[in-house]
Write a protein that binds this ligand. Structure first.
Ligand code: PHE
Length: 456
């Protein structure tokens, strides 16, 4: 067997794994679902999900990946031969296709917004005009597809360049840059006139606004934002060197991801209230509020460019992990070569993505199609998002954590988490309790409540 490619340095691993976690989920999705679900109380539930469910599941994925040196399906086949556990990998593959389809579309929006900022098209526009620009762009049909295609080609290019010279190299440069720019924008947001309302909305919980539905959304988002439940962290675990501390890696990734989400909230919500945008307005939130902020800032022209470039980059480092899941799957299970696998996976998810883009355009037939979800009929884009984020990822996460908590030998789990005894894992008992009881029970309760209609 040829030796599996690994990341080159521990900073490289961190950048790649944080690059996967930090993406549109933090800067685009987190603020708008927080807006739709009433603000700070939702944020609190989300943070609890991260701590009690997200962290243990991340440990489990990393350790299973590194132990088996395979992607998800192969990993479960290796650890539980002739058993149905490998289906966990298959669920993940389906989820990766679904997520990559709509993710590519939104990432395409970020490229278009980069172009609009370079050509200075927000200058002098009123908040209403900025919001109209967004609506007419996403409902245009062809334009979003054009940008989506460019994005998918970029993603495929990096994945083709390989783990160390593609994924790791790009993440190491881009992630620190993203961090700096988000901090600057958060400071700008918090110093806007009337910022306090936005800060309160994000940080002062009002539990009367919390609905049971929000709890499902918070749990689903905890998986989405940390790239869990579909094998991305598992594959990255398989590229992680044997002497790396998995515990430290998981905590650093989680902290960085959470920090970026909260900072994005601090950049966006003060502006939402200052410019009279509706916080519950949905997927356009970041795209219709931030251009107003840039218009009001000295050097706004440059900040706008920097922001949208980096948002595109954050999306890129996440999309490569989604594509990597599909590529390793095709290579390992169907013996595709890396190039062929990349082409097939990119084409398939791009076609699904075209349907996502068209489902937002009222003049296309696709927008008339509605698909069932437990939250009522939705268009193709929302259906892909709903089933993957709210059902497949929690289900995948549940299977992974039950596998690590109950099925694997505790001695093996400990051996891997401690890097064969290199690190003292004093927290091992705590991990076991979380993996055996807390995380599975929390996921099951939320899923069962949702499916049985207790949460509508
Ligand atoms: N975590 C990424 C984000 O927040 C999205 C993602 C989900 C990436 C699942 C990989 C796997 O944008």
């Amino acid at each position: 067997m040829t030796k599996r490619e690994t990341f080159g340095s521990s900073f490289g691993v961190l950048a790649a794994a944080a690059g996967s976690a930090i993406g549109l989920g933090n800067i685009w999705k987190f603020p708008y679902i927080t807006g739709e679900n009433g603000g700070a109380a939702f944020v609190l539930v989300y943070l609890i999900c991260i701590a009690l469910v997200g962290v243990p599941v991340m440990f489990a994925e990393l350790l299973i990946g590194r132990r088996t040196q395979s992607a998800s399906v192969g990993a479960f086949k290796a650890l539980a031969p002739k058993q149905a556990w490998f289906l966990t990998g298959w669920f993940g593959v389906v989820a990766a296709f679904m997520i990559l389809s709509f993710y590519g579309v939104v990432a395409g929006w970020t490229l278009n917004y980069t172009y609009l900022s370079v050509t200075n098209q927000f200058a002098g526009a009123t908040p209403e005009q900025i919001s109209k620009m967004f609506d007419s762009f996403i409902t245009n049909g062809t334009q979003p597809i054009f940008w989506q295609m460019i994005f998918m080609v970029m993603t495929a290019f990096i994945v083709l360049s390989g783990v160390k010279d593609g994924i790791e190299k790009y993440s190491k440069i881009m992630m620190p840059m993203l961090f700096v720019i988000v901090v600057v924008l958060a400071i700008r947001g918090m110093t806007l006139d009337g910022a306090s309302k936005g800060i309160d909305f994000l940080l002062t919980p009002d539990f009367s606004k919390l609905t049971a539905q929000s709890v499902l959304v918070a749990l689903g988002h905890c998986f989405f934002t940390l790239s869990l439940g579909m094998g991305a962290m598992l594959v990255y675990g398989s590229y992680t060197g044997k002497t790396q501390s998995l515990g430290k890696l998981a905590l650093q990734v989680t902290l960085a991801d959470t920090a970026i989400a909260l900072l994005a909230g601090l950049a966006i919500f003060p502006a939402v209230f200052a410019f009279g945008v509706n916080p519950g307005q949905g997927p356009g939130l970041a795209f219709v509020t931030l251009p107003n902020v840039f218009n009001q800032m000295p050097g706004g022209y440059f900040f706008a460019i920097a922001f949208f470039v980096l948002l595109a980059v954050a999306a890129l480092t996440s999309a490569i992990s989604l594509l990597e899941v599909l590529v390793t799957f095709l290579c390992e299970e169907f013996k595709f070569g890396r190039i062929m696998a990349t082409i097939v996976a990119t084409l398939t998810s791009s076609v699904l993505g075209v349907l996502c883009a068209l489902s937002m355009s009222p003049t296309s037939g696709v927008s008339k199609l509605k698909f069932p979800t437990l939250a009522g009929p939705q268009n193709f884009f929302d259906t892909m998002d709903w089933w993957s984020s709210n059902m497949l990822l929690p289900l995948g996460g549940l299977l992974v954590i039950v596998f690590a908590g109950w099925f694997m030998k505790p001695a093996d789990v400990r051996d891997e988490l401690s890097s064969q005894g290199l690190y003292a894992v004093k927290w091992f008992k705590a991990f076991q309790i979380a993996a055996r009881f807390i995380a599975p029970i929390a996921i099951v309760v939320v899923l069962v409540a949702k499916i049985s209609g207790k949460i509508s």
